[in-house]
Write a protein that binds this ligand. Sequence first.
Ligand code: PLP
Length: 377
Amino acid sequence: MHYLDNAATTKVDLQVADHIRKVMEQSFANPSSLYKPGLDSELILRQSRAKVASAMGCTPAEVYFTGCGTESNNIAILGAVEARKEWADHIICTGYEHPSVQQPIEKLQQQGWKVTLVTPNEQGVIQPEQLADLVTSKTALVTAMQVNNETGAILDVQKLSKLVKEKNARTFVHVDGVQGWLRLPIKLSATQIDSYAVSGHKIHAPKGIGALYLKKNSNIIPPFLGGGQEKGIRPGTENLPYIAGLAMAAEMMQKNMPQRKKQIAHCNELLRSQLENMDGIVLNSPQDAAPEVLNFSVMGIRSETMLHFLEQKEVYVSSGSACSKGAASHTLAAMGLPSQRIDSALRVSFSKDSTQEDVQALLEGLAEGMASLARVK
Ligand code: PLP
């Protein structure tokens, strides 16, 4: 099989799966329990937090485990705004966010918050200045994704946080780092980013585990109430096996970064250079996008038609983001692309498991599909 949909999810690493099973079997005691097995679980929790902190470039005290990227985004956004409602009335956001950011923002707008959306240019790019220039004395939150899940477009979030704080030191800067973490190097403690959301299943850990970086002394009022786990930011008994799995996956991704980057860049260049020479294909990812994602349109052939044609060859790509389930791409629409280009878009996304053979199989499938599939006018 040629799995090229790693932005939707990655395959769990076997070593990670083994480790999770071991923690599940051997360390089932609640980390809050005061007896020895509980203390042993607590030690695993502490060690895991330190590993994730190392992969985020922050202190362990700034890492909070959550259920997924969606939950991390919701906690940060709703929590930051709640803590600033006495003096603020304004939120700034990009027009191409994942639904786990877009929908909380829409809800806040319905509640009376003024929302300014910044759309990308036709190449899919937003400059940090475009967001920061809009900050006023009443801006509670600026939220933006580091790497776009549909095109791979990169936003310089370090620069964004600096520019925002220069305009208003009280404005909270949240970054959705789900597609950026461990792909682009970042040392969060050296930035002015207040919070950064990540997800396990994008880095070869299972679905259902995430984390949130929250800068020391940054003020949020979290939406959930419960026991005091994760210092009350995300209460609920910790999912220790998955937390340990996330930590192991993060450590492995950190270690294999140079080698992996080389391999993924090679796959991307191979695909990009071939696509550029194929009539009827238009690239939708910017030239300097993260190499993990490449989005293009096969003009005249609907995304779903080509996707299912490729599926017969065991080549798996996406017609947009996995969350949109075949709906027209939110990001490509925000870029202002014509509907013929949006309706025929495919997203290919690479991981450490991707090979040159996967790219060749995709290219052969595309050429065959383009020669045999009926075109829409
Ligand atoms: N943010 C981005 C950019 C994503 O791509 C995704 C998942 O596709 C999420 C957030 C949500 O993460 P999770 O699936 O862990 O809830």
